[in-house]
Design a protein around this ligand. Structure first.
Ligand code: NAP
Ligand code: HSE
Length: 428
């Protein structure tokens, strides 16, 4: 056997502890698979005295992750602290400048600074691996960069935030409203420290931006994602969708079109009997479509100690084996800047609104839709509640631009109470 690969782990939370456990418990397996032993040289976290349920005796300790990243006895810096900037970014840059390879689970950092970090790494002959950053234990980064390297990717889709999928699934099965289920998820510890990262679609948007970069050979552009969270989804929407044979999912879609790169992360209706519609609880699913391979579906745990650490270990083993891949599947310096395109791919839309009880109210709504070139497929009005009638409309295929015009013009009719809900019905 050759020399051991020595890793330095910054961050001993959920993921970091999972990595320490695997390295300790499966040393022989890892050495056999890698062709060399994998050893933890040193670790870093905020609090040295915290009981982490795993022994860290025998490893070097650094209070400062930048010091850990530049230690002589560290070959690979494993960043598991999180945060787009701060110590994660500082230590990652320091590691690359000090001649180390980097493994990270940090989608926020890579979605914002991925291009410059990849250029820094590659200009010095180092690698950054990030399998754990997207969909936890699902090996989707490797599927795209390696397994589908011979394809022109036509579409990337996925449910990539387990917390949102848990909330939407739980609302459907319990009949409880959004806020109650959100509070439950909070008590269960499912939410990020800033819950808006989950329910605002930001965390899933970070993941989509990384996959889009690999799929289309473009620079990561999180800022170009059309982002909408699940906060406005009501139990009425969930019930109505179910009655129509759909489920609501926070769905990410990245698609290259003649006008540029469409990237959206938003609640969508998907057929209840489709693989995405069947996805329950905190599980993730990524659907990849390529011109040669057709469609492939990857499903599994998107978070948690074991699944995420499993992905981190796959990157460490890859480096130990001597595999030297570029960060985003082709040299970072050659990645083009995609022209961001607002979604123009047409789709049917689900609209829910409350109409005041006035003669001609429904006619005004139908006129606004007609004027915007939108044709109605189905329409239903239920009993008035406090002077307003809940109205549900399913349109024929239309583009988002026309829909936005209609939504703006609804306000001028004076018959719509509150803000209408518009949800895309995605062709999956
Ligand atoms: P976590 O449980 O909150 O742990 C964060 C760790 O970082 C803690 O050990 C903390 O130290 C340490 N830390 C924070 N600031 C530090 C600093 N300035 N210096 C040294 N150490 C510092 O986080 P996590 O859930 O393991 O997530 C880690 C990364 O993996 C994040 O990028 C996250 O997005 C990503 N990720 C997580 C999951 C998941 O299921 N949890 C899944 C996929 C990706 P103390 O323990 O001493 O406070
Ligand atoms: N908050 C994330 C989720 C954790 O719920 O999927 C994994 O990235």
């Amino acid at each position: 056997m050759t020399d051991p690969l020595r890793i330095g782990i910054a961050g001993l939370g959920t993921v970091g502890v999972g990595v320490v456990k695997i390295v300790r418990q499966k040393a022989n397996l890892l050495a056999t698979r890698s062709g060399r032993p994998i050893e933890i040289a040193a670790v870093s976290a905020r609090n040295r005295d915290k009981n982490r349920g795993v022994s860290i005796d025998g490893y070097g300790w650094e209070d400062d992750p930048v010091k850990l990243a530049t230690r002589e006895d560290v070959d690979v810096f494993v960043e598991l602290m999180g945060g787009a900037d701060g110590p994660a970014r500082a230590a990652t840059e320091a590691a690359l400048r000090a001649g180390k390879d980097v493994v990270t689970a940090n989608k926020a950092m890579l979605a914002i600074h991925g291009q410059e970090l990849a250029e820094l790494a590659e200009s010095r002959g180092h690698v950054i691996r990030f399998e754990a950053a997207v969909a936890g234990g699902i090996p989707v980064v490797k599927a795209l960069t390696e397994g589908l390297a011979g394809n022109q990717v036509t579409r990337v889709m996925g449910v990539m935030n387990g917390t949102c999928n848990y909330i939407l699934t739980r609302m459907e099965e319990s009949g409880l409203p959004y806020q109650t289920v959100f509070d439950e998820a909070d008590k269960l510890g499912y939410l990020e420290a800033d819950p808006n990262l989950d329910v605002g679609g930001i965390d899933a948007g970070h993941k989509l931006a990384l996959l889009a970069s690999i799929a289309y050979g473009t620079q990561v552009d999180f800022g170009a994602i059309e982002l909408e969270g699940i906060q406005k989804i009501s139990i009425d929407d969930i019930r109505t969708a179910r009655n129509m044979g759909f489920r609501i999912k926070l769905l990410g879609v990245a698609q290259m079109t003649g006008r540029g790169l469409e990237q959206r992360m938003s609640p969508c209706l998907v057929p209840a009997d489709s693989p995405l519609g069947q996805l329950q609880g905190g599980t993730n699913m990524v659907v990849l479509e390529g011109d040669s391979v057709g469609q492939i579906v990857l499903r599994g745990a998107g978070a948690g100690e074991g699944p995420t650490a499993s992905a981190v270990l796959s990157d460490i083993i890859e480096i130990a084996r001597g595999t030297r891949l570029t960060t985003f599947g082709q040299p970072a310096a050659g990645l083009s800047r995609a022209r961001p395109a607002r979604t123009t791919t047409p789709a049917p839309y689900y609209l829910r609104m409350k109409l005041v009880d006035k003669p001609g109210a429904m006619a005004k709504i139908a006129t606004v839709l007609g004027d915007a070139g939108i044709s109605i497929d189905r329409m239903r009005q239920t009993q008035h509640e406090s002077g307003a009638a809940p109205v549900l409309i399913v349109t024929h295929r239309t583009d988002r631009g026309s829909l936005d015009i209609a939504l703006e013009n609804f306000a001028a009719t004076g018959v719509v109470q509150g803000e209408p809900v518009a949800i895309r019905i995605e062709d999956v």
